[in-house]
Design a protein around this ligand. Structure first.
Ligand code: TXA
Ligand code: MG
Length: 309
């Protein structure tokens, strides 16, 4: 890889020019643009074919910059101290005088923010005087990208610059917690809910249908590999690709998420294996039962949404 500083310099040029680039993060790759610029943010929505009512996450590296854009409460401070930078996104109240584009948060009173924990993403943010709006770098409703080549596959020539930062360490998107009122999980993801509960010392509810989404039907289907997905399957149909949780039966159409049945490893491989199966030309995929604990919650959430069609 080229010198990181020359990469950051080039990325900065694109971003200052209101162009969109793809960046690596520890969860999945992001499609990044200047969060203060309406022009950049609009471009992100158009590129992804994402409906404008579905808000984006804003990425920061400095807490002092975040303070200009939203109100930080005690729960935020506790979680920030323990888990940031890391795979946790907070929904907070946006300040009226914030410079964030109103497109970023779909004109809501709240905004979703996070501190990514990837060397390149951090270095890039340190060199910018604006935060980055960045949804996952995939076409709306499709599989998220965990490598630079996944991003290229999703967008072809439509993105001029993709920073290659290797395979995303976590492999599923961040956990989203709404802290505006009583804490509530809006999306299980790369940080285990059990760990959050330990810090907040309360049981945190999970609410999968966010209020802000005005037509939930449209978004219930998500993370799709482009072929039908069946979940909790014991025996696959003939010619169907079959994803086992851990390494078991060894057949041509059988795949597995984790060597030893570890949910963290399984999460890291989830999107790449679905992408691989699609590429191999299978017309449907079945998945065995995945334990619903730790990152298993994130895996099951993605698979459930991919199977809703
Ligand atoms: O790991 C991640 O979070 C990745 C990387 C690139 O940071 N980003 C990501 O962004 O997953 P995206 O756009 O694919 O998912 C953002 C989710 C959407 O489901 C959106 O509805 C929700 O965050 N969201 C954004 N702003 C919100 C808000 N103000 N209130 C509630 N939900 C919000
Ligand atoms: Mg996404």
């Amino acid at each position: 890889m080229k010198n990181i500083y020359s990469i950051i310099k080039k990325a900065k040029k694109y971003l200052i020019n209101n162009d969109i680039i793809a960046i690596p993060t520890e969860t999945v790759y992001g499609l990044a643009g200047n969060a203060y610029s309406d022009k950049s943010v609009k471009k992100i929505f158009l590129l992804k074919k994402r409906p404008f009512f579905n808000p984006l996450i804003v990425h920061y590296v400095r807490i002092n910059d975040l303070k200009k854009d939203c109100y930080l409460n005690d729960n935020f401070k506790k979680l920030y101290k323990k888990f940031c930078p890391g795979p946790l996104t907070f929904v907070l109240r946006k300040k009226k005088n914030s410079r964030l584009s109103n497109y970023v948060n779909a004109n809501q009173k709240t905004v979703a923010i996070r501190f990514p924990n990837h060397n390149i993403a951090k270095k890039l943010l340190q060199n910018l005087d604006f935060p980055l709006a960045a949804p996952s770098a995939n076409m709306s409703s499709k599989l998220s990208a965990v490598t630079a080549s996944d991003v290229r596959e999703e967008f072809k020539k439509k993105i001029s610059f993709i920073i290659d930062g290797g395979k995303s360490e976590i492999g599923v998107e961040s956990t989203i917690i709404d802290l505006v009122g009583k804490p509530i999980i809006l999306r299980p993801g790369g940080l285990e809910i059990e760990k959050i509960e330990k810090i907040l010392k309360i049981k945190v509810k999970i609410k999968l249908k966010s209020k802000i989404i005005r037509s939930p039907g449209q978004l219930a289907f998500h993370y799709s590999p482009g072929i039908p997905v069946r979940v909790n399957v014991k025996t696959p149909k003939k010619n169907e690709a079959f994803i086992q949780f851990s390494k078991g039966v060894n057949k041509k159409n059988y795949f597995y998420l984790s060597q030893k049945g570890n949910v963290r490893e399984a999460a890291k491989n989830l999107f790449s294996i679905l992408r691989l199966i699609k590429k191999k030309g299978y017309s449907s995929v079945a998945v065995s039962r995945i334990p619903n604990q730790g990152l298993g919650l994130a895996i099951n959430d993605r698979l459930k949404k991919a199977s809703n069609r």
